[in-house]
Design a protein around this ligand. Structure first.
Ligand SMILES: [Ca+2]
Length: 239
């Protein structure tokens, strides 16, 4: 079954080859896109706040938009804390998120959407990896597929996952594909998916992705030996 899924993914994949963006124009484009996303989210939030407040899903929509803004702009909470919402001003330890006990005064830490499984088996993301170091090649297509997941013991604030990463690129006019199995975890509090460097890969490059909303995963490739950020990919969810 996994073989069929991988073949399907490879069928979707298309090598992007070298594009013409310089690092500077790429960074500027990312900055412009981020500012546009913030402006769009702020507009959505203001619109929602002025809409009818007795809508049954109102609280969730507001919290969801606030969370997405927090992920982009940051919060006043410390690294290992969870924000109960921009207006609540309350921070709790991330270990308390999704542990089935309300700890935020507004109970947002146990919200069904916060605690939803965002890494179900069979879900996949696709996009282009832009490298700025660690590898010779500049870009390649990358697919990420979740192959299993599990909650372990009392650590319910994390979902442990197995995944497959497929990279495709063109080398001397030939299509090259590398497929690696890896594992890691999804953290509900910060919506991060952390994947170790595949054991069968000499590159020793890990992936760190954050849920950026709208089905997007904002990922960085990090060299395990020194935490150097080797590249970036904005992946789109397809399943
Ligand atoms: Ca809790």
């Amino acid at each position: 079954m996994l073989g069929l899924i991988l073949l399907a993914l490879l069928g979707i994949a298309a090598a992007d080859g070298d594009d013409a963006w310089s690092r500077r124009s790429y960074a500027n484009a990312r900055m412009d896109a981020q500012e546009a996303r913030i402006a769009h989210l702020m507009q959505e939030l203001e619109s929602l706040e002025h809409s009818v407040e007795d809508h049954e899903d109102y609280d969730h929509q507001v919290h969801d938009l606030e969370t997405r803004l927090d992920l982009i702009e940051g919060t006043d909470c410390h690294e290992h804390q969870f924000s109960c919402g921009r207006k609540s001003g309350q921070c709790i330890a991330d270990l308390l998120v999704c542990d089935h006990v309300p700890d935020c005064e507004n109970e947002y830490d146990e919200d069904e959407h916060v605690c939803a499984n965002e890494v179900p088996v069979g879900r996949s993301w696709h996009g282009t990896a832009h490298w700025k170091g660690c590898l010779i090649r500049r870009n390649n297509h990358v697919s990420l597929l979740i192959t299993s997941n599990d909650l372990i013991g009392d650590f319910s604030e994390r979902m442990f996952v197995d995944a497959v990463v497929i990279e495709t690129w063109t080398e001397e006019h030939h299509l090259v594909t590398e497929t690696h199995a890896t594992h890691g975890f999804y953290n509900y509090a910060n919506r991060h998916l952390e994947l170790e460097a595949p054991k069968d890969s000499e590159k020793r490059i890990a992936m760190s992705c954050v849920d950026a909303g709208d089905g997007l995963a904002d990922c960085h490739f990090v060299r395990e030996s020194d935490n150097h950020i080797c590249g970036h990919a904005l992946l789109s969810r397809s399943a």
